[in-house]
Design a protein around this ligand. Structure first.
Ligand SMILES: [Fe+2]
Length: 292
């Protein structure tokens, strides 16, 4: 299976003919990356100044916009500059939503907004523990925000002004990866997930699905041998392009690049055309039990 599926549109508001739309959904749910080579997130006059790592506050790796509170975090900017930065990030969120609502129209009524992030820091420069090291192949799972099997759909836009690509590695199919690691993953300690919710460590109850996805994420990143020898492909996303992928399903690693926008959407398994491909269903099948 080719890792990328090209979608030839040049507008955030483009609609696809029904046959192409069906191909896009099937490809995405099978674990391919929807790649939009002719679509770019254009900056407006005055926004070029935000293409500077100093826009970030140096503590968080991303500048992020909370979709409910409309609150910007991770920036040191204040006043009008902060408002301008927030407007740029919010405009990307609106574009990403328009794109997904049209290209993946069946998901539209079910989409739940996650955070929008702007990443002005060079990937290679990020100091990180292995758990936070996104240059290691992994599937996404959130330690503090259980999603109970809901999918993590992410839209990315490379806005690098020097024409530099975003370099990723893509790993093996989810089921192969899960089969490999599941025997090594420990069950949760009795009462631990309840205690984490009560102490505010997790926002909501961490289901068994969340537990095993997080354990899988950590085990993949920790295994340096696996990182080297597992089946993988290098992919370059050029500047001024966009791509969308289920990052809870597709094993990925960010190797290099700077100046990226990302919008997260959550999609319920019930909204998928092929729910059997969802990590929740794959793990439930492999483990022979309900996980969420
Ligand atoms: Fe990731």
């Amino acid at each position: 299976m080719e890792p990328l599926l090209n979608i030839d549109v040049d507008s955030w508001e483009a609609c696809l003919p029904p046959v192409c739309a069906q191909r896009a959904v099937d490809g995405l749910e099978a674990g391919r990356v929807l790649f939009f080579p002719r679509l770019a997130f254009a900056l407006q006059a005055g926004e070029e100044g935000f293409l500077d790592p100093a826009s970030a506050d140096g503590r968080a790796k991303n500048i992020s916009l909370d979709p409910v509170r409309q609150e910007l975090k991770g920036t040191a900017l204040t006043g009008a500059a902060r408002a301008g930065l927030q407007a740029m990030v919010a405009r990307f969120a609106a574009h990403a939503h328009a794109l997904v609502s049209r290209v993946l129209a069946d998901y539209a009524p079910h989409l739940r907004f996650g955070r929008t992030s702007y990443r002005p820091v060079e990937v290679r420069q990020r100091p990180a523990s292995y758990r936070k090291d996104d240059s290691r192949l992994h599937v996404d799972a959130f330690p503090s925000r259980p999603n109970r099997g809901e999918r993590i759909l992410r839209v990315f836009a490379n806005v690098n002004p020097d024409g530099r690509s975003r370099l990723w590695r893509l790993g093996e199919p989810f089921e192969d990866c899960a089969q490999r690691f599941l025997p090594r993953l420990s069950a949760p300690w009795p009462g631990s997930r309840w205690a984490m919710q009560r102490a505010g460590v997790t926002r909501g109850y961490r289901t068994l699905y969340d537990h095993y996805m997080l354990a899988l994420h950590d085990a993949m990143k920790k295994d340096t041998g696996y990182q080297r020898w597992c089946p993988q492909t290098e992919v370059a996303f050029p500047a001024a392009t966009v791509w969308a992928v289920f990052t809870d399903q597709v094993s990925h690693a960010a190797m290099a690049g700077q100046f990226l926008f990302e919008q997260t959407f959550h999609v319920p398994v019930s909204a998928l055309r092929t729910p059997d491909h969802a990590p929740l269903r794959v793990l439930e099948r492999l483990m022979g039990r309900q996980l969420a």
